[in-house]
Design a protein around this ligand. Sequence first.
Ligand code: 26W
Length: 836
Amino acid sequence: MSASVDTQSSQSHESVPSTTAISPEAAQAVLENLDREVARHLALTLAHDDSKFDPEYLYRALATAVRDRLVRDWRTTHARFAQSDEKKVYYLSLEFLIGRSLTNAVANLDLDEDARTALHAYGVTLEELAEQEHDAGLGNGGLGRLAACFLDSCANLQLPVVGYGLRYEYGMFHQQIENGQQMESPDHWLRNGNPWELERAEDARRVHFYGHTEHYRDEEGSPRVRWANGNDVLALPFDMPVPGYRNGTVNSLRLWKACATDEFDLEEFNAGSYPEAVAAKNLAEQITMVLYPNDSSENGKELRLKQQYFLVSASLQDVLAQWVSKNGEDFSNFGTSNCFQLNDTHPACAVPELMRLLMDEHSLSWDAAWDITTQCMAYTNHTLLPEALERWSVGLFSHLLPRLLEIIYEINSRFLAQIAEHFPNDAGIQARMSLVEEGEHPHIRMAYLAIVGSFSVNGVAGLHTELLKAGLFGDFHALWPEKFNNKTNGVTQRRWLAHCNPGLRDLLNEAIGDGWQKDLSRISELASFAEDGAFREKWRAVKQANKRRLIELVERETGVQFSESAMFDVQVKRIHEYKRQLLNVLHAIHLYDRILEGKTEGMVPRCILIGGKAAPGYHVAKLIVHLINNVSDVINNDPRANDLLKVVFLPNYRVSAMEVICPAAELSEQISTAGKEASGTGNMKFMMNGALTIGTLDGANIEIREQAGDENFFLFGLDAAEVAEARKDYRPNEIIANDADITRLMQLLEGGMFNESQPGVFSMLTAGLRNPHDPWLTIADLRSFIDAQKRVNDVYRDEDRWDTMSILNTAASGWFSSDRTIAQYADEIWNVKALG
Ligand code: 26W
């Protein structure tokens, strides 16, 4: 190796010896037309023999050719980022639910025409080829998809933001339905390689686990701590490009893969024989093997804590190494030049880990390190469900991360002294606010750790933030009101409108120009077309075409035929009791009951589509999936119901399925128990695509209704305050007995109509509905829901009125662009400017 290479900073991606350096511009000039590049990659990069033409190869060739075109802007964006002294942001998340990348890159680089021309010769369309790509399903649901939308918006706004996450070998599990029940199988999304990632071995980091701490004095006599005798695991980064929309910016998402270090094998496993030692690599590599499929209850597993610390430690070391290579050991401006946004508490170990790195590795004092840490950490909460709040057992912590636990204890003792002073007369407050939940098995409260270590705490919709301030984090809000703020979620209109709904995109472009793709507030101009008959015709034609696309998907996946003239009534999201898929099923049974009773006058044909995954260990959620499938079987096989009602459970709901579903939906079901859904983001995708919402006053539904107008939203149910009140004296059995419709539908359900061969399988669900302590108050909202659905039915009969409402919903969706959300994070939390 030449001396000139040795002196290059190992941090710099630009570290190419000068004799062979190729500027990004020069590299770009080498590229030929896209069709030639595709042919070249097929023949040379992939050595594909095109006599047996394979679409999988063609996909890879096109993806590689498109990626080559991203590289110039990627390199210049990276260089600008590395050189700039402006503040930078790091979005730390255990989940990035990216979906597919090909068509997104094609659209953002404006390569649509070129790609179509290139594919013409192979007789394949871009849409067909895009189907070859496996979804990158590195997330569970809302929180993970939000992270992906945020990265897209940061690139669109040219903000200096890097995403940091884990490169799971297996993403969200694949869901199949057998005999009505959910079966999980592994999702090996990387099996055909991933053309969108670049491995950066030169930036590998080491992450330490287990061992113990040693306190000693350095040469100057200062007290120091070292973390000794543990195991190291190597963190190997893979970078994925995040292209901005036609603006020359390509940001980065850096995903870490866990690898064994050589020492790990040889020192720790020397006792065994060589093959066992090599096999032991598995232990280290397990860390990033699989995404945990829970989205609402923490399970306290050691491997999960390892994942969290692994992400946090590798990412913070990465940022610090870049800082040191530029600024040396001077950290005086670090806190004002960097911001870490914690996506829920999953990366909350960042607080003690940054303290550790600054003190133990860079010799800062506690006070200096604490000032920096609390200057640059910001925490987003995504859930009010108590069972989803992370608590790690002190025993586990001290075993796996002994140095971090010491630091957490020190943070806590200083914090408790502070609150004793602030609340001198409140005896219980220390125990309530302590970072350590005492008891036989003490636990660390990760949300409290995140709040104490951060300068900003935000909720994800107006109601959610208010409930956090008044309830869950009430004591903290009393102590530090200025820390709390709201950032209502959003979604990227580029994927969730322009890409997934090309018919509507073209119609919008024709009507109001294409400015909305970069700035969704422009979509309000659409409102002036709401009463325009000719425009409504076109609007309807687009929806019908999208419905035909969904009809094909449903038929392919389930064998059930939806009718184009029926109303498409859709609920897709994770299966959870609080999201009340059960309420939707009860309504479906009610409609079926009316059909059986012959009371169908004025009834509009409906196709009800439900999709979503249940956490593999969440028994009740799996039972709900089973019930939906059984109800679907009975109704779809009853000729009496045929023309009026279909119910389908669509298996394996995922990003690429939503791209077909939301453009076709007419009614969006957002029916959670008020106060439980932090925000929702599916609700926004449906609204953008012209669906009307039937919903409770929960999460961002409240803001959707405010934007669209009460008259363009189907409201039902108790609000959050009424829910709290109703719980005090809730008598579901009386409600059932006093309502003839509800009595009859419960008779169908409890009489075994949907489980003839399996008596009692659903009794847990029906008992839950009848339980006065049912936390979800499903029966309390059922009458109001049935009535609201009747209003939906009646409006749908008036096509023009429905389409006007639909247009007005899309026109009012500008607020729900993640560009707006990210602009608020940038101004109000991060204090960062565009690096144009
Ligand atoms: C520890 C297990 C676990 C894993 C994930 C608990 C909780 C989660 C997430 C917080 C669940 C989640 O995705 N929450 C959703 O976040 C969305 C984005 O802010 C919101 O729109 C949804 O309302 C919220 O349920």
